[in-house]
Design a protein around this ligand. Structure first.
Ligand code: 4NP
Length: 163
């Protein structure tokens, strides 16, 4: 994100950040919980999925489990579908992978909306456009790997928006 936009964000009384994946049950609920744990109440953190199949559901039990092992409770969350209104509700929108990024950008109504959208792993691997792998169909250790990647990325985000 450019430094003018970052500085304008820092002067706001509240900053709204959204994490987005496909189903909003595996990756983005973890990203939401992790980032919230690192920031004050000045930051409103939420998540959504580009697909609506799981709307209203709890996070996947494997995400709940890894979060619990790391000390976070994400069972307050319910899946929700990303909508065009999210571009006005949020200041920063982080996509978990390139497919989510493309789907979000296709809905963006204007350039101002587009510039809010970023790939989350670019926060730790600038310009590399890496994906947070979808752990849904994989083995259980996929969730721990995803957790650790998101933890690192959220440390970078928290540092950038608070210092
Ligand atoms: P997520 O994982 O995008 O990290 O929440 C998925 C969850 C469900 C499905 C796909 C990905 N699904 O096809 O139902």
């Amino acid at each position: 994100m450019n430094s003018t936009y970052l500085n304008s964000l820092k002067s706001k009384s509240e900053i709204h950040i959204e994490m987005v994946c496909l189903g909003n049950i595996c990756r983005s609920p973890l990203a939401e919980g992790i980032l919230r744990s690192k920031l004050s109440d000045k930051f409103f953190i939420d998540s959504a999925g580009t697909g609506g199949w799981h709307a209203g559901e709890l996070p996947d039990k494997r995400s709940i489990e890894i979060a619990k092992r790391k000390g976070l409770d994400i069972t307050n969350q319910r899946a929700r579908k990303f909508t065009i209104k999210d571009f006005s509700k949020f200041d920063l929108i982080y996509a978990m992978d390139n497919s989510n990024l493309k789907d979000i950008l296709q809905l963006a109504p204007n350039e101002n909306a587009k510039r809010k959208v970023h790939l989350i792993l670019n926060e730790i691997y600038p310009n590399e456009n890496k994906d947070v792998p979808d752990p849904y169909y994989g083995l259980n250790d996929g969730f721990e790997k995803v957790y650790n990647m998101l933890d690192e990325a959220c440390n970078a985000i928290a540092k950038k928006i608070t210092t």
